[in-house]
Design a binder for this molecule. Sequence first.
Ligand code: PEP
Length: 252
Amino acid sequence: MAALPRRALVAGNWKMNGLKRSTTELEKVVAGAGALAGKVELMIFPPATLVTAFAATVHGSEVGIGGQDCHAEASGAFTGDISAEMLADAGAKAVIVGHSERRTLHKETDVEVRAKALAAWRAGLTAVVCIGEAKDERVSGKTLDVLGRQIDGSLPDGATGANLVIAYEPVWAIGTGLTPTAADVAEAHGFIRERLTARYGDVAQAVRVLYGGSVKPSNAKELMGVANVDGALVGGASLKADEFLGIANVYR
Ligand code: PEP
């Protein structure tokens, strides 16, 4: 694969999966990461219960650990929530905000996602901000409108290549086995890059834009080969180290 202007990132979103014994799967990822050093960055986003243990497991390796969501406030009376500062304290380097499952199931708005991204920055974490259209929006030709609105509403001012990663995840492709065509991915990622450039200027060239939605070892080469795709956010296939590494190996 041709060298990217940005360092590729393959990130695994474990969602509400994983117990202490899943550390063995992470150990396999760490073992495989050495051969990929300098070629692709690897991150695993386990459930919050595993962040501390996973951060200890990856210590000294090429693999980073992140959280899957955070509250906008640093602390307070928010039963059941976790702050960005708590994630950082547990050893996280990044946090996913605005995943479609949170936007849909928890009715999170762009305003809330933006506040969470700011909270991530306040705590020194990279914000991985998810955007993407639903099936009806794709079918009715509104994909780029939706992406533009989510970019404008969910992203704070002050982005850099270090503090922001965008994950373009068509909602209808998540967990379904369906993927957009390479041409559709190219159109979406090209649009996102333009919109980021209009907003942040040259800094936008350093912001990585990942594709997410049913990425597997069998389709990773085609999807990761699309212009302006800087890696993948992987759900189901990240739960097995060999599948996750199979995707990351595209950059080897
Ligand atoms: C995700 O939930 O971020 C995701 C991309 O899931 P999957 O790879 O399972 O479609």
